[in-house]
Design a binder for this molecule. Structure first.
Ligand SMILES: [Zn+2]
Length: 88
């Protein structure tokens, strides 16, 4: 069967290699940062985040994305904590 899914242009943040990737199953379901892979040139582990407003895919270094994500999670946890304390 022919693969007619749209491909999106991404650029490796490290070496600038241009690649074309499909949306992952997670991204199809709306989890837009649920993409990942490796740069075919420098082998760097990458996260692919889909921007539905611009219909474009953005590549980010996996470690940087994870750091950002962890910060966001701890922010949410702190917020939850504040809300919980507010009820006391
Ligand atoms: Zn690269």
């Amino acid at each position: 069967m022919e693969d007619n899914r749209p491909r999106y242009k991404v650029e490796c943040p490290s070496c600038g290699k241009v690649m074309y990737v499909c949306k992952s199953i997670g991204q199809e379901m709306g989890m837009f940062d649920f993409g990942g892979g490796k740069c075919i040139n420098c082998n760097l582990r990458l996260n692919f985040t889909f921007n539905p407003n611009k219909e474009e895919m953005v590549a980010m270094e996996w470690e940087k994305w994870r750091e950002k994500k962890e910060k966001l999670y701890s922010k949410i946890q702190n917020l939850k904590g504040e809300i919980a304390h507010g009820r006391d």
